[in-house]
Design a binder for this molecule. Structure first.
Ligand code: NAP
Length: 260
């Protein structure tokens, strides 16, 4: 299947590690140009060097996405260096446990900043370039938007809002032919996930407990399996797919619990 991504410029927030990095590697394999926006500049540069060694082009912007001005600057830098923008992958986020009982209004607001506001800001500032390229947006959400998790109101609210914005933007951007879709991972081994596991007294036991409940293969989803769907959604092969919420989770959210 020809994804027709060659020379497309794909801006990936949180692209230096985890799921974002897998999407960046996938883009490079398809001949696209990933541009990573990440506050971990060192990891971004390492990934960039690796991709360049294999002959790919890759941009890195070391920035925290929280100030809206940094989002605008990331778009400007991409256009300055690569002259176009075809795809925005809104991916950076963190499950920060700003809960109802243990959180407070400030933590809740901070969680929305960490997980939601920059999705809007990036899309807002990217829009003129996406209109020109008739590009698309892939929003990384989470199964927590559908299932809840407990103790993480801010993250759940942000991810739920991302699903709503995916529908809203798909509707608003119909006249420009800009497609907008959301991808929902559930359990994917990344630096963020390892950090979360580390908060349990026995991380190995917790991991076994989780994977035993994943219907397909009783295993975690690989970052590359998330990336494969992201690549499809941004490709010409998904030319009539918009406003969709796609779960890549080995059946974790929707299949009968009796199966595990
Ligand atoms: P990860 O391993 O932490 O990688 C994310 C990268 O984004 C990190 O390099 C991080 O930098 C960077 N980042 C985070 N916030 C940023 C900000 N405000 N500005 C700039 N860079 C920022 O995370 P991941 O597990 O790949 O998760 C990626 C996305 O998938 C998130 O939206 C997450 O909610 C979603 N997701 C993941 C899972 C899972 O199982 N892993 C499940 C459901 C949804 P630092 O490391 O310096 O913070």
């Amino acid at each position: 299947m020809d994804l027709q991504l060659k020379d497309k410029v794909v801006l990936i927030t949180g692209g230096a590690k985890g799921i974002g990095a897998a999407i960046a590697r996938g883009c490079a394999r398809e001949g696209a140009i990933p541009v990573l926006v990440d506050k971990d500049g060192e990891a971004g540069k390492q990934l960039q060097m690796g991709l360049q060694r294999s002959g790919a082009s890759c941009g890195v912007i070391c920035a925290d996405l929280l100030p809206a001005a940094n989002c605008a600057a990331a778009i400007e830098a991409t256009l300055r260096d690569f002259a176009r923008l075809d795809v925005l992958v809104n991916n950076a986020g963190i499950n920060d446990n700003a809960g109802l009982e243990r959180g407070d209004p400030e933590k809740f607001l901070r969680s929305l900043e960490l997980n939601l506001l920059h999705y809007y800001n990036m899309a807002h500032y990217a829009l003129p370039a996406l209109k020109k390229s008739q590009g698309c947006i892939v929003n990384i959400a989470s199964k927590v938007a559908i299932t809840g998790q407990g103790g993480t109101s801010g993250y759940a609210a942000a991810k739920g809002a991302i699903l709503s914005l995916t529908r809203e933007w798909a509707a608003e951007l119909l006249p420009y032919g800009i497609r907008v879709n959301a991808l929902l991972p559930a359990e994917v081994m990344t630096p963020l996930y390892k950090q979360w596991l580390g908060t349990f007294p026995n991380p190995d036991e917790k991991l076994k407990h989780v994977t035993a409940k994943i219907p397909l293969g009783k295993r975690m989803t690989e970052p590359d399996e998330i990336a494969a769907m992201a690549l499809f959604l941004m490709s010409a092969q998904a030319s009539h797919v918009t406003g969709q919420h796609v779960l890549v989770d080995g059946g974790y959210v929707h299949l009968d619990r009796a199966l595990t």
